[in-house]
Write a protein that binds this ligand. Structure first.
Ligand code: G
Ligand code: MN
Length: 390
């Protein structure tokens, strides 16, 4: 796969006492875009795992090895409370071997000898499942952080959530271009009349908790598509896309309502739920092919890492409001913001400053070379496409 070959897919630990197998795995997986680390025994594998500064995404291990065999390795890993997926390679093609592998906590197994395609697909699948699970867990702990444990009752939440979707609407907030005194775009923001979920972060965290992020995404995209005709011409529409939406096939349907407007839509991606760089860049390539442009949202908030600039090559970068707040009063902050804005421009991205609230912040942004601004100073998010007086 061309996309996969260029992407950095992640790190795989290959464990086998047979040097020939290690070499084949290294060659095949390396060509796919994986970073491969080799270990010649179960004990060496444990040592690699414990020394690793960057976590592994998958372990591919032989079953029959002296000292610590593949099953023992899985047991050791599980005892260390890690959910790292282990893919076992077994020379035993019987069902018994497979059952035993899964029983012991391996996520999957392949039988030797194997086709190169089978090997590559099995590793990709194991790592992908792991990535999605990790994302879900993160989303869930974020939801718990917002609510506390007490109101995590699923059925109660479900009722509120359904009501929130039924009573949801989109607010639009202008993004202004200072040099031309015009409106460059509007960001679409999800709102609801359901009292308990009025705070957008809590609404979305509830969707994460209930595994309904794709429903939220579909609702948002349909609403924005319906409103697109009433938006002032020549303005772009910025639409937030949650990390878990990137795997929703509805997003990629050429016949979907929003796809008809893709040329004027910029999809904002935030790393709040940690978009796997490999999944992210492949998916983003598909969205670009459909005509969408991509923005990295919340840069500087601790979610969006600078790495996203390299892996997603966004057309637009939005600087988080924590960087913009009191910009006029902090020399070092101004230096940092100016340097990030410069870097983004050098990489070919436009820069938007989010959360501009005061005239002094606006001036400081412009002085830092930022021409596109968004925030309460210009307009709050509101029901229609409001105008701005400069
Ligand atoms: O994560 P994202 O950047 O998409 O979130 C934008 C949120 O920030 C919206 O919910 C919006 O209401 C809010 N917002 C927009 N402008 C301002 C502002 O100037 N100040 C503050 N505090 N919040 C803002
Ligand atoms: Mn946003």
């Amino acid at each position: 796969m061309a996309v996969a070959a260029q992407a950095h897919l992640g790190r795989v630990l290959v464990v086998d006492d047979d040097g020939a197998i290690r070499r084949v795995c290294s060659r095949v997986l390396g060509a796919e875009g994986w970073t491969v680390v080799l270990a010649e025994s179960g004990l060496a594998a444990i040592a690699e795992l414990e020394a690793a500064k960057v976590p592994f995404d998958c372990v591919l291990s032989d079953v029959n090895m002296p000292e610590l065999d593949g099953f023992g390795l899985v047991r050791e890993l599980r005892a260390r409370d890690t959910d790292l997926p282990v893919l076992l390679m077994t020379g035993d093609p019987s069902l018994h071997g497979a059952v035993r592998a899964i029983d012991q906590g391996a996520v999957s197994y392949i039988t030797k000898p194997f086709d190169h395609e089978v090997l590559a697909a099995a590793v990709a699948r194991a790592a992908r499942v792991h990535g999605v699970q990790r994302m879900r867990r993160r989303a869930e702990s974020y939801a718990r952080e917002l609510y506390g444990e007490t109101i995590m009752d699923r059925s109660a939440l479900q009722g509120r959530f359904d009501n929130a979707i039924a009573k949801s609407w989109m607010a639009y907030q202008p993004i202004v271009e200072i040099s031309t005194k015009s409106i460059y775009a509007y960001e679409a923001l999800l709102r609801t009349e359901e009292e308990s979920l009025r705070r957008p972060d809590i609404f979305i965290a509830t969707g994460e908790r209930l595994d309904k992020i794709q429903l939220i995404g579909r609702t948002v995209r349909a609403a924005v598509a319906a409103a697109a005709a009433t938006a002032p011409p020549d303005t772009l529409l910025f639409v937030n896309v949650h990390g878990l939406e990137l795997t929703d096939e509805d997003l990629y349907l050429a016949t979907s309502a929003l796809a008809h407007h893709s040329k004027r839509v910029v999809l904002e991606i935030t790393e709040r739920t940690s978009v796997d760089p490999a999944v992210g860049s492949a998916r983003v390539a598909m969205l670009r092919k459909m005509g969408y442009r991509i923005a990295v949202d919340d840069l500087g908030a601790g979610y969006a890492a600078l790495g996203a600039l390299a892996s997603l090559e966004p057309e637009v970068v939005k600087l988080d409001m924590s960087l913009i707040r009191d910009l006029d009063r902090h020399t070092n902050k101004r230096r940092i913001v100016a340097a990030i804005a410069n870097l983004c421009r050098e990489l070919g991205s436009k820069v938007i400053a989010e959360g501009v609230e005061t005239v002094a912040e606006r001036t400081a942004c412009v002085d830092a070379g930022i021409d596109l601004l968004q925030g309460y100073l210009f307009a709050r998010p509101s029901k229609g496409f409001v105008n701005v007086t400069f």
